[in-house]
Design a binder for this molecule. Structure first.
Ligand code: PLP
Length: 492
């Protein structure tokens, strides 16, 4: 603990004889927080502490998760949560927003600097919200203007009630071309369970059935015939990098807006692993992201865009968002500060190196890896050669101390509930400090468990796993976690 810190001086006052040398501020902060919560709601404090124990006891390979820093976590748990601040810095609909202004302005400045964007909007509460903000911004910017002119009005206020009906018809049936879900796209990219699938008329591009790779010529052909308003690139489970320069060329050829959802790989963009043609911010009109995956920040979202979309993006609240969350924007600013440091680039590179080593090692063990490898933080393993569905494989591995998620693979015959694949990601284990040797050990554990898991006939969910294989796998995963402990400074 820093002997000059506020906490150290407080502790010297209340317990002058205590030896504070070995006690970290974060250990005290989290222990105290659990006590305070536990006094009101003991069952909740117990569940919060149990979650830490769970994350410490199981190896996290979920590609969309990470371990945020104690500073990021602590920035979220405070009285900023009590403050309403609708509007934007310097232009709020509530009094007393000066401190939220400072926080939001700093987060915006950091996001713009880190990603090199003209504009940043840091209020979205999640990735889904960021995508909604972007969709509405595109609709209002690219459709409303001409639509209003056709209806003889200059602005929305100038429309009478029957004209609103006409405007609704103009805004409807806009087209979006996005990546198919089983090729790696996300639910918010035009799928029925999400409003994007209802809002837009949708077409989907997919991957080559033989290689599993994106075929840019095919995307171009589809864009030429479908003429989308929005060309959407980005993914949740595509294991390769994407050439955004080509996507922008296609968008320009057909007069579409290029939107990229970099929710998964924002940390790789921040760390400059994806640069040049592979940097979405350099090529897209709008880029949306989450802040909690490879970027290693709090749960939340952001929109980065060109000046053309800045004013409409900034109206995300109240258009589709509730009041901005000051405590989350504070945590975003902390995480963006961390991601702006030179060492973050090393972290991002290690994520990708670890994923490549994990993929190679799995292939050497005999696994089938979709596309034959990875260029990013994630890879997909086909569970079918093991005779398993994704669901059986996921549950068996969880029993053996490895947490990951089942996932559809291209042209998946098992649908999105059972699936035929597993998605493995390296952001979290890389945060723990694991490297190539550990990835080879992880591959060996995963392969051994899958090889030893037997499906129960006629079931897509049930399986049997030999108890001794399970226990040995759990021990091996536990050994890795003992060597690379989670939050070693937090004594809970
Ligand atoms: N976009 C992509 C590509 C994602 O993978 C995800 C989440 O997994 C989202 C958006 C949604 O993010 P959130 O869960 O924060 O709404």
């Amino acid at each position: 603990m820093d002997p000059d810190s506020t906490l150290a001086s407080y502790l010297r006052t209340v317990c002058p004889d205590a030896d504070l040398g070995g006690v970290s501020a974060e250990a005290l902060a989290f222990a105290a927080a659990m006590d305070v919560v536990g006094e009101v709601a003991p069952e909740i404090a117990t569940a919060v502490a149990a979650e830490l124990a769970d994350q410490r006891a199981n190896l996290k390979l979920i590609a969309s998760e990470n371990f945020a820093s104690p500073a990021t976590l602590l920035a979220m748990g405070n009285w900023l949560s009590d403050k309403y601040a609708e509007g934007s810095p310097g232009h709020r609909f509530y009094a007393g927003c000066e401190n939220v202004d400072t926080i939001e302005t700093r987060a915006v400045e950091l996001a713009k600097g880190l990603f090199g964007s003209d504009h940043a909007y840091v209020q979205p509460h999640s990735g889904i919200d960021a995508n909604l903000v972007a969709f509405w911004s595109i609709l209002t910017r690219r459709v409303e203007g001409p639509a209003l002119e056709r209806l003889g009005a200059k602005d929305l206020q100038g429309l009478s009630d029957p004209d609103w009906e006409s405007l609704r018809r103009e805004l409807g049936n806009q087209r979006l071309l996005g990546m198919a879900l089983d090729a790696g796209g996300h639910l918010t990219h035009g799928f029925r369970p999400n409003v994007s699938g209802k809002l837009f008329e949708i077409a989907r591009y997919t991957v080559d059935p033989t290689t599993g790779l994106l075929d840019y010529d095919q995307v171009r052909k589809q864009a030429e015939s479908f003429r989308p308003l929005v060309l959407l690139a980005g993914y949740s489970s595509y294991p390769r990098k994407i050439n955004f320069r080509i996507f922008r060329e296609i968008a320009d050829e057909v007069g579409a807006v290029l939107m990229v959802d970099m929710a998964h790989f924002a940390g790789l963009v921040a760390g400059k692993v994806f640069s040049g043609d592979f940097d979405p911010v350099a090529h897209a009109h709008l880029v949306t992201t989450t802040t909690h995956k490879t970027l290693r920040g709090p749960r939340g979202g952001m929109v980065l865009c060109t000046e053309e979309f800045a004013a409409t993006v900034d109206r995300g609240c109240p258009l589709v968002l509730g009041g901005p969350l000051g405590h989350i924007m504070a945590a975003k600013a902390v995480a963006l500060t961390e991601a702006s440091r030179p060492e973050f680039a090393g972290y991002a590179q290690r994520i990708v190196d670890n994923a490549a080593t994990l993929a190679d090692a799995l292939i050497q063990q005999g696994a089938t890896v979709v596309t034959g490898g990875t260029d990013n933080h994630l890879l997909l393993v086909d569970a079918r050669p093991y005779g398993l569905t994704g669901r059986q494989a996921e549950t068996a591995l969880r029993e053996a101390g490895i947490t990951l998620n089942r996932n559809v693979i291209p042209f998946d015959p098992n649908g999105s509930w059972y699936t035929s694949g597993l998605r493995l990601g390296t952001p979290a284990v890389t945060t723990l400090g694991m490297g190539a040797d550990e990835m080879r050990e992880v591959a060996a554990i995963v392969h051994t468990v899958l090889e030893s898991t037997q499906p129960v006939p006629d079931s897509k969910a049930k399986y049997t796993l030999d108890g001794s294989v399970r226990d040995q796998a759990k021990r091996r995963a536990g050994d890795l976690l003992d060597r690379f402990p989670l939050y070693p400074g937090i004594a809970l």
